[in-house]
Design a protein around this ligand. Structure first.
Ligand code: NAI
Ligand code: 15L
Length: 285
């Protein structure tokens, strides 16, 4: 299914009430994983945690690398869904990014298929479409079926991840919601993030909608709060039942005073991906 068809699929998806379910949360030691460990249980989920490093305060968390197929198969056994956050989340060498985010993702999908898990919620990224020119005043917001325009090897791996999700739906009937997360942090820390911010509480709302909407097939959504300065279209996310409650605007005055309005001719301000298009932050390891 093309991205356009994915959007159509989202339009027909309806939120469904569902009983608490067991969910594997990968990348549980990371920034978003740590926030979601706190917030998702309130929606009734029993979380099983996985990361390649130990998870603070969670001695039962599975410590496993995405390279380890058998460990992943065991990790998904008996869960109803997977929220997949694990992987390299910044730029690195082609080889390292592909190993974690493509080969590792393939291992996860194979494990899910073999164990009959029905749905994955996949952390994609704005950097899958990072070279999309950012909207200027008066321009329409960016639709979810805009072509892939990765800004890094990292973004490229997220494009491949979305295609992998499509493939597992078309070939094996395994559903995915691919969430192109903007910037999910406790608060926005740059002027760009005023447009991209996904508050932790809205992230939990969006993941819950993605876990419970009916008939998602493979649906691609953007992941942001209801920001006044939003650059992209939340329609396919809203069609899943996502109703964002937060807006970055209360942070605008302080951030603009500290950082100024980015210059129009600044190449790092020209595209959705911002500075990832010019000098991407590197994965530390
Ligand atoms: P993070 O880097 O803080 O967390 C990623 C976690 O994955 C880490 O705990 C790391 O140990 C684990 N991990 C890395 N390689 C692994 C492997 N081979 N096997 C098992 N675990 C491994 O990243 P963050 O910010 O929490 O992001 C979570 C996900 O959301 C990532 O997939 C990232 O690409 C995506 N994302 C995040 C955004 C954000 O604003 N935080 C924006 C767009 C996408
Ligand atoms: C991402 O994809 C990164 O994982 C995250 O650390 C942020 O840099 C975010 O994009 C962003 O664009 O702000």
């Amino acid at each position: 299914m093309s991205s356009a068809a994915s959007a159509a699929s989202a339009a027909s998806a309806a939120p469904a009430a569902s009983a608490p379910r067991t969910v594997l949360l990968t990348g549980a030691a990371g920034g978003v994983g740590t926030l979601m460990r706190d917030l998702l249980p309130a929606y009734g989920y029993r979380l099983r945690l996985l990361d390649v490093v130990p998870v603070d305060g969670a001695p039962d968390a599975i410590v496993a690398d995405l390279a380890d197929r058998e460990a992943l198969r065991e990790a998904v056994r008996g869960v109803d869904a997977v929220v997949h956050l694990a992987g390299i989340s910044l730029e690195s060498t082609f080889e390292k990014v592909m190993a974690a985010n493509v080969t590792g993702l393939h291992h996860l999908y194979e494990a899910a298929r073999e164990e009959g898990v029905g749905r994955v919620v996949l952390a994609s990224s704005n950097h899958a479409v990072g070279f999309t020119p950012r909207p200027r005043a008066g321009d329409p917001v960016i639709p979810v079926d805009t072509p892939h325009r990765p800004d890094t090897f990292y973004g490229l791996s997220k494009c491949f991840g979305e295609d992998m999700a499509q493939f597992y739906w078309d070939k094996h009937g395994l559903e995915t919601v691919s969430v192109r997360i903007g910037s999910c942090f406790p608060e926005p820390t740059s002027v760009r993030m005023l447009s991209m911010w996904l508050s932790p509480a809205d992230c939990a709302r969006l993941l819950h909608a993605a876990l419970t909407a009916r008939g998602v097939g493979h649906t691609v959504v953007y992941g942001s709060s209801a920001n006044t300065r939003l650059w992209w279209d939340l329609a396919s996310a809203r069609a899943l039942g996502y109703e964002p409650q937060d807006d970055s605007e209360p942070y605008a005055e302080k951030l603009l005073a500290a950082q100024g309005e980015p210059a129009d001719d600044d190449p790092a301000n020209a595209h959705l991906g911002g500075h990832f298009c010019t000098s991407p932050p590197r994965w530390p390891h």
